[in-house]
Ligand binder design. Structure first.
Ligand SMILES: Cc1cc2nc3c(=O)[nH]c(=O)nc-3n(C[C@H](O)[C@H](O)[C@H](O)COP(=O)(O)OP(=O)(O)OC[C@H]3O[C@@H](n4cnc5c(N)ncnc54)[C@H](O)[C@@H]3O)c2cc1C
Length: 438
């Protein structure tokens, strides 16, 4: 065995998170270069950009999630561990999981992504769940469908009110998909309800939606949503979330379902490492994406803050996490004497995309803007391209194609209420009286 091979075979890399960043890193490390341990708290990789389609019954979860062990089947150099990381001992170079297991590393890649941020009001989570995991999508789907069942049982013909807090891409995409669900798919399922009368309301403290997009695209989005019957309550600050109403500065807003889409923060990697982070929990990393003062620890994806232009950071998007993962793979390979020095990380922005329900989207590619059906197909093709397996690409394409002509029914299944109940115990909604966002 050559000296280089000995160094490589002993080099232990621990990767935390089998999301876009973590998997892209492993993809970039040639098989056999190092001993890799991949730790994730879930047993699957999740394609989050289509998560709200699973929550609104358009796609089954199995089209957008894949078991990590299946994805790593051909990588004999990767050991897969299901476990929730809760700390890092940087002096002893150990990663700790909640179960108390430890995993030694020579190089550590932290790519655990982000989680919903309630601006310090975590107690709002039970009344207004966010959308981040597969179980969040199933719980949300159950909660939405349960609201219709409840109204049907009442027999008064009153359709539910659904409040979405946050008018960014997630809030807008959810509102559009729920509007499609109510005006098309559910219409024939209920006897006493006119589901098309469902009130879907986006609440946002800003005076416009889609604030990350240019005015013309945000304006199109606003107009399209209004045409679909979605109400916009802009310039409204949420001061509390409860199971049956959202407390706003202007007064209480009664609703049957409240969904949180107002913000995210990084998984607490800064706490694990004992370093400072901004309000959004992201760690400021070096130009090679390592943690300042810890050259063997890298943070990427939604958990990292990386400079892009003079006044902007790299956005929390899937392509950014993938580029960062691939880049760190080149840095580590170079350190293990394979490949050339990649220099500093440089982000290539691939565009801004958001859907507004079926057949409508806004897309900015370079200096070109697209809206409407053509934008929807551009958005769709970009997402299909990023899906992991060919089977999923074909399945999603087929579902979308069939949806043009008829409503899906199998994805409209709701499951046990246990998961929802565990997040929404009756007391939970009462806890947040008089709370206020900053
Ligand atoms: C609803 C929704 C819609 C989105 N739409 C788009 C879109 O249209 N386009 C786009 O580009 N981006 C979109 N994003 C953002 C995109 O998904 C993220 O930017 C991207 O997933 C970040 O990649 P990552 O590798 O940093 O983290 P992730 O892909 O989130 O992966 C993190 C992994 O770490 C695991 N993990 C977390 N904590 C721990 C822990 N303590 N221990 C062990 N494992 C842990 C998680 O289970 C997960 O598998 C969307 C996100 C959401 C939630």
């Amino acid at each position: 065995m050559t000296r280089d091979a000995v160094i490589a075979s002993k080099h232990r890399v621990v990767v935390v998170g089998a999301g876009f960043g973590g998997l892209s890193f492993i993809d970039g490390i040639a098989s056999g270069t190092a001993e890799i341990t991949l730790i994730d708290k879930q047993n699957h990789h999740l394609f989050q950009p289509l998560l709200y389609q699973a929550a609104t019954t358009v796609l089954p979860i199995s089209d957008i999630a894949w078991p990590i062990r299946m994805l790593m089947r051909k990588r004999r150099d990767v050991r897969v561990v299901e476990g929730e990381v809760c700390g890092v001992d940087t002096s002893r170079k150990l990663v700790r999981t909640a179960r108390g297991d430890t995993y030694p590393y020579d190089t550590l890649l932290l790519a655990p992504g982000s989680q919903p941020s309630y601006f310090g009001h975590e107690e709002w989570a039970s009344a207004a769940p966010g959308l981040k995991t597969a179980s969040d999508a199933l719980a949300l789907r159950t909660r939405i469908l349960a609201a219709f069942e409840e109204r049907e049982r009442e027999g008064k013909g009153r359709a539910p009110v659904i409040a979405i807090i946050g008018g960014g891409p997630t809030g807008v995409e959810l509102a559009g998909m729920i509007a499609n669900l109510c005006s098309r798919d559910l219409v024939r399922d209920f006897r006493t309800l006119d589901t098309a009368q469902t009130r879907i309301v986006i609440i946002d403290a800003a005076d416009r939606i889609l604030s990350s997009l240019p005015d013309n695209l945000a304006g199109y989005g606003e107009e399209k949503l209004r045409k679909m019957g979605v109400e916009l309550k802009l310039g409204e600050t949420v001061t509390g979330c409860h199971r049956d109403h959202a407390a706003l500065k202007s007064g209480d807003f009664e609703c049957d379902v409240t969904i949180w889409a107002a913000g995210t923060k990084a998984v607490p990697v800064a706490e694990w490492l004992g370093v400072d982070a901004g309000r959004d929990g992201r760690i400021d990393v070096e130009p090679d994406l390592s943690v300042p003062g810890q050259p063997d620890v890298f943070v990427i994806g939604d958990a990292a803050k990386v400079g892009w232009t003079h006044d902007k950071s790299v956005p929390g998007l899937a392509p950014a996490a993938k580029q960062e993962g691939a880049y760190v793979a080149r840095v580590v390979s170079h350190r293990l004497r394979q490949g050339s020095d990649p220099g500093a990380f440089a982000y290539r922005h691939q565009g801004d995309l958001a859907t507004i329900g079926r057949n409508a989207a806004v897309v900015r590619l370079g200096s070109m803007d697209f809206t409407g059906r053509i934008a929807w197909w551009l958005w769709g093709l970009a997402h299909i391209f990023f899906l992991i397996t060919m089977r999923s690409r074909i399945a999603v394409l087929l579902h979308w194609f069939v949806l043009q002509f008829q409503a899906r029914s199998d994805a409209r299944l709701s499951f046990s209420d246990d998961d929802v109940a565990s997040r929404t115990g009756p007391a939970a909604s009462e806890e947040s009286d008089n709370d206020e966002t900053d």
